[in-house]
Design a protein around this ligand. Structure first.
Ligand SMILES: [Zn+2]
Length: 173
């Protein structure tokens, strides 16, 4: 079966806006900490490209052509990532850093606005890791963020949770 390119179904405009603005790829505010500097992102990018290359070869040797094609396709996509022609893949450490910085900037603005508009409320930070949404290496393509988001909203609504919620999905491997 040939590699099937995933399609974004939502947040396309936000995605394009971030990868179209080099500000998010440079130094500056918001600063995400020493592990997420431009230099570290560039180093991680080189590492990820090498990992994808090795994984593609390993999959081809094992006879898994579909997986090998997927690794090769992703590697090729990341290799083309450069200023004003960003790949936009969340697997790309450069683009992932840009998305993270844009998200933090947006959250800082929203939180400041909410602090003024809802001064009687408290900000609560929560990390939710649903057991049924943990994946092993090689299963990341099964992650359906929109479905996960819908599930969480439904669960919270079913339990009478009626508050402003800011959130994001964080993936790591
Ligand atoms: Zn990229």
């Amino acid at each position: 079966m040939p590699f099937k390119r995933p399609k974004f179904r939502a947040h396309v405009k936000a995605h394009k806006t971030v990868i179209g603005n080099e500000r998010w790829f440079r130094k500056g505010s918001p600063f995400l900490g020493k592990p997420f500097t431009v230099k570290k992102a560039v180093e991680r990018y080189a590492t990820v490209v090498k990992i994808l290359s090795r994984a593609g070869k390993r999959a081809a040797r094992a006879g898994n052509d579909e997986l090998a094609d997927a690794y090769r396709h992703l590697r090729a996509k990341l290799k083309k990532c450069r200023p004003r022609r960003r790949c936009g893949s969340s697997a790309c450490p450069k683009c992932a850093r840009a998305f993270q910085r844009a998200k933090v900037a947006a959250e800082e603005t929203i939180i400041a606005d909410l602090a003024n508009a809802r001064a009687d409320k408290h900000l609560v930070l929560v990390t939710i890791i649903p057991r049924h949404m943990t994946y092993r290496q090689g299963q990341f393509s099964q992650i359906d963020v929109l479905k996960a988001n819908r599930w969480l909203k439904d669960v919270l609504a079913r339990h009478g949770f009626d508050r402003v919620i800011l959130g994001s999905v964080d993936r790591g491997f």
